[in-house]
Design a protein around this ligand. Structure first.
Ligand SMILES: [Zn+2]
Length: 296
């Protein structure tokens, strides 16, 4: 079978301040009010339904975010959990803490959704068998946290090492290196369906929003032929991918974020083309709809 899913991790700006070791009190709500809204407009234009992985505490903190999330549900998109507070070290926390992140986020999002949330993505793509088993116990039916990419893993290791050397503190962690060689295809494990984030067959390079924005249209056209050989595409994007530095008043301290340097019009044109290719070549559905079908 061929199938594709498009999903957006709604990581608010304060998380980027945190990951770069900057003062998060300066963060605005641009990721929800601009980035997510633009994604919803683009999905409506193309007639595709996506999955939004939401940090549930955002909906308690900002009434605007809750209203936007309700609009996503009304438009037929899936809401899934991206934890309660986005702790990068979730898998290192004790059981009670993890249980609360899983159960409370699910309760908040299920209420907005009007039906139970079934999917989960861990902060920072870090997942362990213990947390997978806890997800199943909490009522989730699929997980989409595995990102089996050595180039990504090694780059993250290098960045964290560099930050440690210069005395900067990041909240990010790396999980066990075995994730680099984990399966690229959907599988069943610990009572759940695991839907890995897509990597390319060549050295397992990431195929996510950030890498698309770095390769631009020319790069995408080069990898498109390889992409066609992959039966299941799980394209992961971030709300910030459709934010604009100037229009959205984004802090220049965040310019380290490579996706912010690309002009908004170029990002929209690129994503429009990629999403239309997925729709026409694979068919796009939500991860929740695909989970029972793809993992035989
Ligand atoms: Zn995240």
């Amino acid at each position: 079978m061929r199938a594709a899913a498009i999903n957006v991790d709604v990581d608010s700006l304060h998380l980027y301040y945190r990951i770069h070791g900057l003062d998060e009190a300066r963060a605005t709500n641009a990721v929800w009010e601009r980035g997510v809204v633009r994604f919803a407009e683009l999905f409506a234009e193309l007639g595709v339904q996506a999955t939004f992985f939401v940090v549930a505490s955002d909906l308690e903190r900002w009434p605007a975010a809750r209203a936007i999330a309700a609009d996503l549900v009304a438009a037929g998109h899936e809401l899934a959990s991206h934890s309660l507070t986005h702790p990068y070290d979730l898998v290192r926390q004790h059981d009670r803490f993890v249980e609360d992140e899983l159960a409370t986020s699910r309760a908040i999002l299920s209420e907005v959704r009007g039906r139970p949330v079934t999917g989960f993505r861990a902060p920072g793509y870090t997942m362990t068998p213990r947390v997978l088993a806890m997800l199943a116990a909490a009522g989730y039916t699929y997980d989409s946290s595995i990102f089996p990419s050595p180039p990504y893993y090694l780059a993250k290791l290098a960045v964290l090492g560099q930050m440690a050397l210069t005395g900067k503190k990041s909240h990010s962690i790396v999980g066990p290196p075995s994730v680099m060689w984990d399966s690229r295809l959907p599988s069943r494990r610990h009572g759940l369906v695991e839907l890995p984030v897509t990597v390319l067959p060549i050295v397992r390079a990431p195929f996510i929003g950030t890498s698309l924005l770095m390769m631009r249209r020319r790069g995408y056209h080069l990898v498109r032929r390889v992409l066609r050989t992959i039966p299941f595409i799980n394209l992961e994007l971030h709300g910030i991918d459709l934010c604009d530095l100037e229009q959205d008043g984004i802090d220049r301290a965040l310019l380290k974020q490579p996706d912010l340097r690309v002009p908004l019009a170029d990002k929209l044109a690129l994503f429009r083309e990629v999403f239309a290719d997925l729709r026409d070549g694979w068919g796009v559905a939500t991860l929740e709809d695909l989970a029972p079908r793809v993992a035989a």
